[in-house]
Ligand binder design. Structure first.
Ligand code: F6R
Length: 245
């Protein structure tokens, strides 16, 4: 695991975007695994600026997203489909037919998780998986558990995650209770993992996941075993481990 220490969110976002931009330039038909949430927002903004400056061409890029809330339509402003359009897809020349997310409106969980597994595995390998880290150490919506997950599944969100994500909704009651999430096995199969993490509220999760024992109660800790994992973290996120770097 390579940890890149940055000063703040802006520098973190710029470094992560530079890594993704290099991949798109060297492999124009690359498969990107994408994440949502506040952590990658700045990374997407930087990528959009590079596209507008003529540096990047997304026309052959394909993408698979990590997760989607169960019950939210793609045009719901808190759905992850909406997020991706708002922050990236609508601003670059990606072919939307080459972008994939779980379908939050398919309430048949067995059918939807099987469909999405086939989509992800049909890509023949994700070149780079972008991740954020939950305050409880989750990656995707793979919450702390007694085992590491395998394929796409329907997850019951923990109270910590509902509270953390309630900042985007009118109230905690409006946060969906379930999400479809890519499993940890599929995340680990990605050729390169790029995790961005920022803020003091993530410092304990950074310590537990990247400087502690590998265990399913700290889901992100499995990334210590990935042969090509880059963590780009800001000073606040590293505040409990800076003496170890
Ligand atoms: C989002 C996702 C989540 C977030 C995590 C951190 O697609 O899979 O694991 O990355 O909850 O969220 P933020 O970045 O909003 O703090």
């Amino acid at each position: 695991m390579r940890i890149i220490a940055t000063m703040d969110y802006k520098e973190m976002s710029g470094k992560a975007a530079a890594i993704i931009a290099d991949l798109i330039k060297s492999k124009p038909d690359c498969v990107l695994g994408l994440a949502t949430g506040s952590s990658p927002e700045g990374t997407y903004k930087d990528l959009v600026q590079r596209y507008q400056a003529g540096e990047l061409d997304f026309s052959a890029v394909r993408s698979v997203n990590l997760d989607e809330y169960v019950g939210l339509a793609p045009d719901h402003d808190q759905s992850y489909a909406y997020f991706m359009h708002h922050h990236l897809f609508d601003h670059v020349n990606i072919n939307v037919e080459n972008t994939h997310l779980p379908d939050g409106l398919n309430l048949d969980a067995a059918a939807e998780t099987a469909r999405y597994d086939a989509v992800v595995r049909g890509m023949n390998g994700v070149d780079l998986q972008l991740l954020g880290l939950g305050p409880n150490g989750h990656i995707g919506f793979n919450e702390p558990d007694d085992c590491f997950s395998y394929g796409t599944r329907c997850v019951d969100l923990t109270e910590t995650t509902i509270q953390a994500n309630s900042r985007f909704f009118a109230s905690a009651d409006d946060v969906p209770r379930q999400a479809y999430s890519m499993g940890i096995y599929d995340i680990m199969m990605s050729k390169h993992i790029l995790l961005v993490v920022s803020g003091k509220n993530k410092a304990q999760a950074v310590k537990d996941c990247f400087f502690g024992p590998i265990k399913p109660l700290a889901p992100g800790s499995i990334l210590q075993l990935h042969p090509n994992c880059t963590v780009v973290a800001d000073a606040d996120a590293l505040s409990l481990v800076s003496h170890l770097l």
